[in-house]
Design a binder for this molecule. Structure first.
Ligand SMILES: *Cc1c(COP(=O)(O)O)cnc(C)c1O
Ligand SMILES: [Zn+2]
Length: 413
């Protein structure tokens, strides 16, 4: 497949610009993420009338077997330049896990096998770097809890862009090696993710780099919608009744909700009677706490959890994630480190899927929501498992059985 033919005819007029989520002020579609007037976050503004004229289930189904089949709803103007094979991961009917949890129609959206770096971040990075190249950048960067660094470094290598990734000093070995191998410049900052992010916002102001989750954030964030699009298509063009989504910055959850609603608005699915529930680690649960305490503002926390990929104490989109959960009448739950490890093991034992710590949190929260009756047994449920367990081996290394050691003889056996 040539790069050009991957997406046949991309709509030219679909992006109107950027729009402030708070005051509605419009901006051209450039590398900008904060409103100059009210400091609200900017979001991509689409020309839905133009999109509606072209889009159809058939057009999507005839597209490439990747997230680019939804290019009509993604913020790029030309064909993709990187990440051609991202997305379109399996939606697995989890009969065994469902039986254990008492859920009749449970599905796992398995982004542990996303291409090329085995987490959902390959979706957002495919969009962000394609857009960054359209905007003329020759260097890309990110502030990362690990998976984003892996994905940005891999895609930058493929696109031959200079790459700078900033990570907290205490990341898992698998996440560090998973970036280093692509030979970017890696800066490990003595501090947590929130310190890294603050530093990167300052660096972004000084250097002409495309920080995928800072100045390119409006485009980056749209990539998460593809998890909703694929789920709907894989369920036969239907929204599920309940989804469970891990929350770090809150962008993924916010955009999954937006994605299903966009499909409905364009007539690609009939309705969205769906509840969206959020999963956070107990040691870093600023959004879940706001939900449980009935607050509409997020109080930042200092993260202390093994689920490092979702350890963001001051989440940029926490407020919007909370709003989406309220709008959809969903809920929030948290998982302790111990429950997270149990969640990883439960998913592996029942479905043969080895997820990272964020997946453990999601499965542990799914279990709690089912036990509390917040998810009921007849509902169609989708749990988003967003990263691969081979990257966070230290979380489970002491929680598995030892091998049986023998001499190479039948006697010994
Ligand atoms: C980044 C990440 C998330 C959540 O991302 P946000 O959009 O920041 O909420 C979830 N799971 C994994 C494995 C991640 O790496
Ligand atoms: Zn504004």
């Amino acid at each position: 497949m040539s790069r050009k033919s991957a997406v046949s005819d991309i709509l030219k007029q679909k992006i109107k610009g950027l729009k402030c989520r708070e005051c509605g002020k419009l901006y051209p579609p450039v590398a900008l993420h904060v409103c100059e007037f009210c400091f609200g976050p900017l979001e991509v503004d689409y020309n839905y009338d133009e999109i509606r004229r072209h889009i159809s289930r058939e057009r999507i189904e005839n597209g490439p077997k990747s997230l680019w089949r939804y290019a009509d709803l993604l913020p790029v103007e030309g064909p993709p330049t990187v990440g051609l094979y991202a997305g379109f991961t399996p939606l697995i009917e989890a009969k065994n896990l469902g039986a254990e949890l008492g859920l009749k129609k449970l599905y796992i959206k398995n982004d542990t096998v996303n291409h090329p770096t085995l987490s959902f971040k390959d979706r957002v990075v495919a969009i962000a770097i394609t857009r960054a190249m359209e905007l003329g950048f020759t260097a890309v960067a990110c502030a990362s809890t690990g998976n984003l660094a892996n994905s940005v470094a891999a895609h930058a290598a493929e696109a031959r862009l200079r790459c700078y990734v900033f990570i907290p000093g205490d990341l898992e070995a698998g996440k560090i090696l998973g970036s280093l191998i692509y030979a970017p410049t890696i800066v490990a900052v003595e501090g947590n993710y929130d310190d890294v992010n603050r530093l990167c916002s300052e660096v972004a102001g000084e250097y002409d780099w495309a920080f995928v989750n800072i100045n390119i954030r409006p485009y980056y964030a749209e990539g998460s919608k593809t998890l909703a699009f694929e789920t709907a298509e894989q369920l036969g063009w239907k929204a599920p009744d309940h989804v469970v989504v891990p929350v770090a910055s809150g962008s993924l959850l916010t955009k999954i909700w937006k994605g299903f609603n966009e499909l409905k608005m364009l007539g690609l699915i009939d309705r969205v009677d769906m509840r969206v529930s959020g999963a956070q680690a107990e040691g870093c649960a600023p959004v879940a706490s706001a939900f449980k305490e009935g607050r509409d503002f997020i109080r930042p926390v200092k993260p202390k959890t093994i689920a490092k990929s979702i350890a963001i104490g001051n989440p940029a989109d926490g407020y919007y994630a909370l709003k989406a959960v309220h709008e959809s009448k969903g809920a929030f739950e948290t998982a302790t480190d111990e429950e997270t490890v149990e969640g990883i093991k439960l998913l592996a034992r029942t479905e043969g899927i080895f997820a990272e710590t964020a997946g453990g949190v999601t499965i542990a929260v799914l279990k709690k929501l089912a036990q509390k009756g917040i998810i009921s047994k007849e509902e169609t449920v989708v749990a988003y498992v967003t990263g691969n367990g081979l990257k966070t081996q230290e979380a489970v290394i002491n929680a598995v059985d030892e091998v049986v050691r023998i001499d190479p003889s039948l006697d010994s056996f």
